[in-house]
Design a protein around this ligand. Sequence first.
Ligand SMILES: [Fe+2]
Length: 256
Amino acid sequence: MEIDISKKNNINHKNFEIIKNFFTEEQLDLCKKYIKNLYANKKFVYYDSEKKKENAGCWVVNHFVGRINILLNKSQIPPEFLNLLELHRKKINNNSVLDSIEIVVYSNLYGNPRLDPHIDPPTKRDFMLNIQIDSTLSWPIVQHINDNSVYHVLNNNECLPMDVVNNVHWREPIKINDDDYVVMIFAYFDDESITPYPKDWYPHPPMWKKNGVEIRKKFTEQIIENYGVDSDNFNSIKERVVKNTSKASFYNPTRY
Ligand SMILES: [Fe+2]
């Protein structure tokens, strides 16, 4: 069936800029303590596509993308952090509402960290605040905006607002060391006035067709180059991850 591109979302934020010094030093410390607390108190489960809802509020170990993530609703977010998000929300779109936040930690402990080109699943999502809490890496985030690939490298305590349902986005494949890690917070904002894309636009909308094949080809080549030809043998990756994570002290590569 032919897809109607005119159904493209009417809000398209094009000129997001990186927000530097997102937290004060004190807030950033509190944030790290909060994450440490989550490490200590929340259950770890292995990724299961059938159990997404059931596993909300747990650390999900996802060996397909080399990361763990935990999804938290508003009631689980510290009030100081909610206030700060509120400030930025108002500046970007006063009609938006905070839906949830997600904390993500990438590390070789959890597989081969990667983020393949995609848009987020079609919803009333308006934008996402992509906040780098702590990282040992300069790992480019790429957004495909109006047929151009735009590269951003975040420093710690910087935030990149992103239009994740309109713009295909990914991370440049890189080989990382075993002591490298990246800790991010994603804050998701929705807008009731948005008409979601058709479900089958996920993960690659029709406007991606023009450049997507070439970009995907290059992405795959870089994955093979950095992770070796076995990178898609996810069974063997899972075995390695289970072995790593069975030692509790290895869950937290950041040592907070
Ligand atoms: Fe995404």
